[in-house]
Design a protein. Sequence first.
Length: 105
Amino acid sequence: MACLVYVTVPGREHAVNMARALVESRLAAGVNVLPGARSVYRWRDEVREAEECLLFAQVSRAAFADFCRLARQLHCHETPCIIALPIQDAYGPFARWIGKNSLPE
């Protein structure tokens, strides 16, 4: 099966570069880049705010560990937000497309 992986990234250029690298490496079948998110979060006992982009990647379960490894390597944050949401059901041809285009290394 597959998952939708949610990643927050500072800056549009960084987000697009990361998305491209994940797709080119075949760890994600596709990545949607959504700019304009405003994040409010606690980091090191301080409330902070930041403009970020959201990435939504279509990833096979088999490729998720390798996806995380590369995403952490490319990400500029010490503790990046990388969350996998299982896809319970999907249009068959689309689910097969994810499986064919998101492979473990």
